[in-house]
Design a protein around this ligand. Structure first.
Ligand code: FES
Length: 111
């Protein structure tokens, strides 16, 4: 069962930017694309834990600020030739507000 939590206004995150959301399970990076889609991922690059929220958002991907790995915001997959995976979380926009699925955050805590 999902339990959507209102975490911010869409306009709190600049286009092609990100904001960190602190949860009891750690920081989640919430990204806004240039077309106002919103994605939530762990804020740690699978290479050497680079802070993805400080990366550059382009289309539906983010480039890690440390060594330029490119990660899909939709799937969390690292784009070739590099390999890796970042955990993603359900996120949606409704009425200009961003919601995260707290149930998914809880699931991760016991994984
Ligand atoms: S830590 Fe992200 S590319 Fe190295």
């Amino acid at each position: 069962m999902s339990n959507w939590i209102d975490i911010a206004a869409l306009d709190d995150i600049p286009k092609r930017g990100a904001r960190l959301v602190k949860t009891v399970h750690g920081c989640i990076a919430v990204f806004r694309t240039g077309t106002d889609e919103v994605f939530a991922l762990d804020n740690a690059c699978p290479h050497k834990n680079g802070p993805l929220a400080e990366g550059i958002v382009h289309s539906n991907s983010v480039t890690c600020p440390l060594h330029n790995w490119v990660i899909s915001l939709e799937t969390g997959s690292v784009q070739g030739p590099d390999e890796g995976q970042v955990a993603t979380y359900p996120a949606r926009v409704e009425g200009g507000r961003i919601f995260l699925d707290a149930a998914m955050l809880d699931q991760r805590a016991v994984a």
